[in-house]
Design a protein around this ligand. Sequence first.
Ligand code: 5GP
Ligand code: ZN
Length: 110
Amino acid sequence: MDCVFCKIVAGELPSTKLYEDDQMLVFQDIAPAAPLHYLAIPKTHIPGVDGITADNSAVIAHIFEKIAALTAERGISDYRVVSNVGEQAGQTVRHLHFHILSGPKGGPMY
Ligand code: 5GP
Ligand code: ZN
């Protein structure tokens, strides 16, 4: 499949990883829109929030548990979690991802 994030999951493209387990990956955004900008993704290819179903939603809970834990471990208490759905909303990569954005304030998205 021609999906940039599937290629990152497969190790076919490099990324700066913060966290990885059997279900998910957290890595630095290549073009940060805030001083701290990570992307949290499921390893399985879900196109976006619009592709979440009863059959695949367990990984979403897992991702949010890890977002809470990874930020808390680093003392990050103030941050945004954003997921764009569809081109008009700014989704450029059609593999579900949650932007984790934090400060200090100054970037276009934080
Ligand atoms: P979207 O615009 O779909 O909400 O977010 C896609 C994000 O993925 C963008 O912030 C963009 O900078 C990031 N991105 C696109 N291609 C790559 C890549 O190859 N590596 C990394 N680390 N981030 C990428
Ligand atoms: Zn994918």
